[in-house]
Design a binder for this molecule. Structure first.
Ligand code: SAM
Length: 346
């Protein structure tokens, strides 16, 4: 196989699953991540791929050269850029490894032809984005930036994310440290069938209001497991949580065509970490009870994020670990559409 891929910040392999989904004849030559639990999941799903458990910024230049990869996929840590966080951007120590990669791009003898970066919405306003784009211009990458949501692909799950695609086919040019880049973020991928989001009068793009009553978006029930009473038991909300936090949860039914973004804090915090499922009755009218309400299972969250049926968590992974890893991962479906475009048409 000639098309070589290096997967940085590989986690549980969202990028690798997206490559497969996009049917790109390729070989992941190495995956990189410091998280041992994530690496176990990666190796469980891709036993033949070498996974390097070292901080990216501690690796020698020769190692990057030796990869001879055509595509580098990267989902660097998002904490420096999340809206809920301090938004310290490049000042945050967790941005260090990505800044290291940005610097490295100028030094490599053989640069990857393609780059694909995924991060949270918020990254597009950061100083790291500006540093990155300046480097791409200096090195000779042509790039496109996107803000996309899996709702646009009819998945009933909201997860707005920033994506950058880059191809090494531009003339390198000088670029000062003050150069700014316009906020041109695309919401449509050439050649792909995505629902357009709604734009408010102030230009603010609203994926959720605009799409989640759309008839084409699939119903939540298509992504659910059939669980026996015993199987469902670990996913029940406790009486205490129902009474104390029931009203702040985002509640959906199997007939709905939406769920909120599942984050790594799902089930740990009630608000803003993902939806809960009311299996019977009408939300807000019928009472939420221990019998008719539960959390989505990690398998269901994976389904909503576009992971294939053959994805699995190794025996021994706790439910909490499953939520944490999936919450950190990505929409396989959205990324596969972007990869298809990047490699075949951009
Ligand atoms: C947003 S997650 C990416 C998840 C991945 N795309 C997936 O599908 O699961 C960021 C990942 O970067 C890893 N990471 C953070 N800092 C790192 C570093 N300095 N070197 C290598 N990996 C790092 C974390 O362990 C985490 O798994």
């Amino acid at each position: 196989m000639s098309f070589r891929v290096a997967e940085f910040y590989s986690g549980i392999g969202g990028m690798h699953f997206a490559l497969k989904k996009a049917n790109i004849d390729s070989q992941v030559v190495r995956a990189f991540d410091i998280n041992t639990v994530a690496n176990d999941v990666y190796k469980h799903n891709f036993p033949n791929i070498p996974v390097m458990q070292r901080s990216i910024e501690a690796l020698p230049m020769t190692m990057f050269e030796a990869l001879r990869a055509d595509l580098w996929t990267m989902s660097p840590p998002c904490q420096p850029y999340t809206r809920q966080g301090l938004q310290r951007g490049s000042e945050d120590t967790r941005a260090k490894s990505f800044l290291f990669i940005i610097e490295l791009l100028a030094k490599l003898q053989k640069k990857p032809k393609y780059l694909l970066v995924e991060n949270v919405a918020g990254f597009e306003k950061s100083d790291t984005r500006a540093v990155f784009l300046r480097q791409l211009v200096r090195v000779g990458y042509r790039f496109e930036e996107y803000l996309l949501n899996p709702l646009q692909l009819c998945y009933p799950n909201s997860r707005t994310r920033y994506y950058l695609l880059a191809k090494l086919d531009a003339e390198p040019r000088e670029c000062s440290d003050d150069e700014e880049f316009p906020a041109h973020f695309k919401h449509a991928v050439p050649g792909a069938d995505l629902i357009a989001p709604a734009s408010n009068s102030d230009g603010h793009v609203d994926f959720e209001k605009g799409i989640w009553h759309h008839d084409e978006v699939r119903q939540v029930k298509q992504f659910l497991q059939e669980l026996t009473k015993d199987e469902a038991a670990p996913y029940r909300l406790s009486q205490k949580v129902l009474e104390k936090h029931g009203y702040v949860h985002d509640v959906v039914t199997p007939e709905d065509r939406r769920t909120c973004c599942f984050t790594k804090g799902y089930t740990h915090y009630a608000e803003g970490t993902g939806s809960i499922l009311q299996l019977e009755g009408v939300v807000g009218t019928d009472e939420m009870t221990l019998e008719n309400t539960r959390y989505f299972t990690p398998r269901e969250v994976a389904n909503l994020m576009g992971f294939p049926e053959d994805f699995s968590l190794p025996a021994g992974t706790t439910i909490k670990q499953g939520y944490r890893l999936l919450g950190n991962s990505l929409s396989v479906s959205v990324v596969s559409v972007l990869m298809d475009y990047l490699v075949r048409r951009m």
